[in-house]
Write a protein that binds this ligand. Structure first.
Ligand code: ADP
Ligand code: MG
Length: 282
């Protein structure tokens, strides 16, 4: 495998090789897996008061793998991503990043969050800062990067995703699609091990969705490990190595997208996909 990054300031990850088609790193196989495990969830449970949202989630994500989480609204996709980023404490189970248990008592939460990038539906850019400052802030303050180095890396990322000319604009001067791309770039600037994307196109006008999906596709090609909660089934189908359907607090069904979308095994998966088709989203 070749690597990218370096001078262009990319995440410095391995490009997917020609063998790297869908299903290459699919979970469940066990024997013969070549990729290292980037993220592992074991029996993760989470309740809000009496409401049990996650009822034992087991999930393994290989390095460079792209996993799409699908499921009805309220099925717990956001909660799952928030638990992985330690924004919600879990009630039971374990979460490991590259073999290190991040849910163990006494773990430095800030250090863990540096390794995990998360982007939400609402872009949450700092409104009083320029695009460039939005991207350089955390690398400078959290990673203590030299400001010139942080700026050079930020500019390389902005360049790579076609936003270099917006470097001095404030967020409210950008379209929603541009803001969301900046939010993704801001997360990338921290060079996370894993990037979590929560419905990042849901708040966008339809004509702006494509430019954001293009960025994610490009990251997938470059080998970024991602867990993506999405309602964009066409995107999941073409980009994911594996699709997981969340239902009833568990991953009810998972597999390569072609299989999940064309031959779903579980009646609940079929029902979910039927509703998606009816809504014109597949
Ligand atoms: P999804 O992202 O799949 O739509 P969520 O993870 O947002 O699902 O929500 C799953 C369930 O958990 C929903 O019933 C939601 O109302 C509930 N929930 C999420 N966050 C909280 C919270 N902080 N307090 C109470 N209930 C919550
Ligand atoms: Mg959600």
């Amino acid at each position: 495998m070749t690597t990218v990054g370096g001078s262009e300031g990319g995440p410095g990850r391995a490009i997917r090789g020609s063998e790297g088609g869908p299903g290459r790193a699919a979970g469940g196989g066990g024997a013969g897996r070549r990729d290292a495990v980037a993220l592992r969830l074991e029996g993760v449970r989470k309740s809000f008061g009496p409401l049990e949202v996650l009822r034992g989630i087991d999930l393994e994500v290989a390095e460079h793998e792209v996993v799409c989480l699908i499921g009805a609204s309220g099925s717990g996709k956001s909660t799952l991503l928030r638990c992985i980023d330690l924004l919600e404490p879990i009630d039971a189970g374990r979460i490991l990043v590259h073999g290190e248990e991040i849910t163990a008592p006494g773990v430095d939460v800030d250090r863990v969050r540096r390794r995990i990038g998360i982007v939400f539906q609402a872009f949450n850019l700092f409104p009083h800062m320029t695009v460039l400052r939005n991207v350089t802030l955390a690398p400078e303050k959290v990673l203590r990067k030299d400001p010139r180095e942080a700026e050079a890396e930020a500019l390389a990322l902005l360049e790579r995703f076609g936003l270099a000319e917006k470097r001095d604009e404030y967020p409210d001067r950008l379209s929603g699609g541009q803001q969301q791309r900046v939010a993704i770039i801001r997360a990338l600037a921290m060079r996370p091990d894993v990037l979590l994307l929560d419905e990042v196109t849901s708040a966008l006008d339809p004509e702006l969705i494509a430019e954001v999906l293009d960025v994610i596709r490009e990251l997938a090609r470059q080998g970024m490990t991602m867990v993506i909660a999405t309602h964009e089934m066409g995107f999941a189908r073409e980009t994911a190595d594996r699709v997981c359907l969340l239902d009833g607090g568990v991953i009810l069904e998972e597999g390569p997208p072609e299989r999940i979308f064309s031959e779903p095994r579980e009646p609940r998966t079929r029902e979910f996909l039927r509703r998606i088709v009816e809504a014109g989203r597949l």
